[in-house]
Design a protein around this ligand. Structure first.
Ligand code: NAD
Ligand code: DAU
Length: 352
């Protein structure tokens, strides 16, 4: 069995679904079910004995310890986090609590469990920490993409909290010998993405006849990776990664935000044209920039390819088409999560 934390979120949910589609090894899924956690994502696993869901906080050390003792996982994959940069600007407290203090408590519970394992299981055990490219800070247009050797220069409360968690994971390896692996991935997109993030927000607003908000000049660059490619990279690192190492994960798909939004509009114009015959592009609205907005992220994923033979399966063009088709086929999933709490966030952030 493996223990997955945050497995009701966007990437964790995709990871659990993909894992159980390709393996009979059970998953213990621990998730606090914050606004971002959604059991609808895992509905296809109802009644499947290979999926054990526990509603819990990674910061609850005693509970995590009892779950580890009971289920004896051979690995932990830690997705659980507060993940939205804009929310971290409005209220950093939850980010410190989950991403830093929560990771610390999880590491301590796992260390206690791991240190008592018989020698063979102890050697085979892995703690894989899922992190982000944002810990490296921001790039200028002509800088080389982030390599694993880049210094950490986080700029937002979110990225600072993720950087802190990466440092804790590193220290638990160097000091206590915990067999850790860390992945630092670029921007994900795909099915089950919460519609506070750029791509699902734009799809949802376009279909709802609402403005498509572009921060600042829309020329900030992100490096997009289809979520299922991120999941395959994590599986590969878990299987063959070298203990104590970090691996950057990316899709070599750098795009300015405005280009991403134009692409979404063009695909929606093709797949679900507006009733009045106009393009969804007419809904684009430039809004106030994000404070401290990082200009460019780009990932050098050559280490993962060279050492572990991983490559993404999707290009941005193939992945974004799949994503839009998925949203058009799953409008119910989106409408189920646009609860009161979600509407409150939208009005706080965009004043709409
Ligand atoms: P998400 O916000 O969609 O999901 C996070 C999940 O963690 C939710 O299900 C939530 O309920 C759960 N959670 C939050 N606090 C918890 C706690 N204290 N205890 C247990 N569960 C808790 O996030 P995501 O986009 O799926 O990101 C998952 C991980 O991947 C995060 O660590 C994030 O930093 C990292 N990451 C995300 C991206 C991206 O583009 N989304 C890219 C690189 C890395
Ligand atoms: O790089 C990896 C990171 O990618 C992850 O670690 C984070 O968890 C994830 O949320 C994501 O962070 P970003 O801030 O890059 O993603 P977001 O979707 O919020 O924004 C993408 C870009 O689009 C960013 O430059 C801000 C811009 N944007 C975003 C929103 C929500 C807009 O222009 N308008 C918007 O309404």
């Amino acid at each position: 069995m493996i223990l997955v934390t945050g497995g009701a979120g966007f990437i964790g949910g995709n990871f659990v679904l993909d894992w159980l589609a390709g393996s009979d090894e059970p998953v213990l899924n621990v998730d606090k079910l914050t606004y971002a956690g959604n059991l609808d994502t895992l509905k296809s696993l109802d009644g499947d004995a290979r999926h054990v869901f526990v509603h819990a906080d990674i910061g609850d050390r005693a509970l995590i310890a009892s779950l580890l003792a009971k289920h004896q996982p051979r690995a932990v994959v830690n997705f659980a986090a507060e993940s939205h940069v804009d929310r971290s600007i409005h209220g950093p407290g939850d980010f410190i609590q989950t991403n830093v203090v929560g990771t610390f408590n999880l590491l301590e519970a796992v260390r206690a469990y791991w240190s008592e394992l018989p020698a063979e299981q102890k050697a085979a055990f892995r703690f894989l920490h899922v992190s982000t490219d944002e810990v490296y800070g921001t790039l200028s247009a002509d800088d080389a993409p982030f390599a694993e050797t880049n210094p950490y220069e986080p700029n937002s409360p979110y990225s600072a909290s993720k950087a802190a968690s990466d440092h804790l994971v590193r220290a638990w390896h160097h000091t206590y010998g915990l067999p850790v692996l860390t992945t630092n991935c670029s921007n994900n997109y795909g099915p089950y993405h919460f519609p506070e993030k750029l791509i699902p927000l734009v799809i949802q607003n376009a279909l709802g006849g609402k403005p498509l908000p572009i921060y600042g000049d829309g020329q900030q660059v992100r490096d997009w990776l289809y979520v299922k490619d991120h999941c395959s990279a994590i599986r590969r690192v878990l299987e063959a990664g070298k203990v104590g190492e970090t691996y950057n994960v990316g899709g070599w798909n750098e795009k300015p935000n405005l280009d991403v939004v134009h692409t979404i509009c063009a695909l929606l114009d093709e797949l679900q044209p507006r009733g009045d015959g106009q393009s969804y592009r007419t809904q684009i609205t430039f809004v106030q920039d994000r404070p401290g907005h990082d200009r460019r992220y780009a990932i050098d994923a050559r280490k993962l390819e060279r050492e572990l033979g991983w490559k993404p399966a999707e290009t941005f063009e193939s992945g974004i088409r799949k994503t839009i088709s998925w949203y058009l086929d799953n409008l119910q999933w989106v409408s189920n999560i646009t609860s009161g709490a979600y509407r409150e966030w939208i009005s706080q952030q965009y004043g709409a």
